[in-house]
Ligand binder design. Structure first.
Ligand SMILES: [Zn+2]
Length: 241
């Protein structure tokens, strides 16, 4: 290529997306003279979902800016908490993020999740149709134009993933109000109404029940409760911080 040469740097939290030789600071990039800055940023590996403000010689420019000779481009990270305009905040998680999906639901956050791999085009279309923020660790998926909004999930550990999403989007939390299996809303249920679905031991031991309004699954304060309580308590601390 023989186009304009620019210099390029990104915020520290975005360096993992760059090839190793570009991670230490400013590096030179030769562009083709017609591609937008958004395209240049993506072609260097940074998903636009992760790019906050774009600065050229310290001045903010849109992704449609076409870089010119000698410009210095800086890519900042997204503001936290990040506001997603135009729709209630809800999420769609890709097939690899099942644990994160269940934890978000435990906290009452609307988190759609496909158990089967429906493929990138279908996921992106679902994000657009239902106006859901697509969460993924797949940069190729996040580059798809159709998606409503997206966010890269930085860690592969569910604890850290949850903290990352809570800090980034600051969703409203309503623990114990949503079905962890299907994402449906829960409603209170009295013992008589759930009796048929319970085993004998459960019937004797527990009195507080809830039922999913979508899949009919019944919830009660059972054996896993202490572990779930700990997840909820930790999330509430993160949200309050
Ligand atoms: Zn359900």
């Amino acid at each position: 290529m023989n186009g304009p040469e620019i210099t390029f740097s990104v915020a520290p939290e975005l360096r993992l997306f760059l090839p190793p030789e570009r991670r230490l600071g400013r590096t030179a990039v030769v562009t083709d003279g017609s591609s937008t800055l958004g395209h240049v940023v993506e072609s260097l590996g940074v998903p636009l979902t992760e790019a906050g403000r774009l600065l050229v010689d310290g001045r903010q420019v849109p992704v449609s800016h076409i870089p010119r000779e000698g410009e210095h481009v800086e890519v900042l990270g997204v503001d936290r908490p990040q506001r997603v305009p135009g729709a209630p905040l809800r999420f769609l998680l890709d097939v690899h993020l099942g644990t994160l999906a269940r934890r978000l639901r435990l906290l009452g956050v609307d988190a759609a999740y496909e158990n089967e791999d429906i493929g990138d085009p279908a996921l992106a279309a679902l994000s657009a149709k239902e106006r859901r923020v697509l969460l993924s660790r797949d940069r190729g998926l996040l580059r798809r134009r159709e998606i409503w909004a997206g966010a890269y999930v930085y860690s592969d550990r569910p604890d850290d993933q949850l903290t990352d999403v809570l800090e980034r989007f600051a969703p409203e939390l309503a623990p114990w109000t949503r079905c962890t299996a299907c994402n449906g809303p829960l409603t209170d249920a009295d013992k008589d109404s759930v009796q048929e679905q319970l085993e004998q031991g459960t019937q004797r031991t527990y009195d507080v029940f809830a039922r999913c309004t979508v899949c009919d699954r019944v919830y009660w304060r059972g054996a896993h409760h202490a572990r779930l309580e700990a997840i909820v308590a930790s999330a509430l601390r993160t949200a309050g911080a």
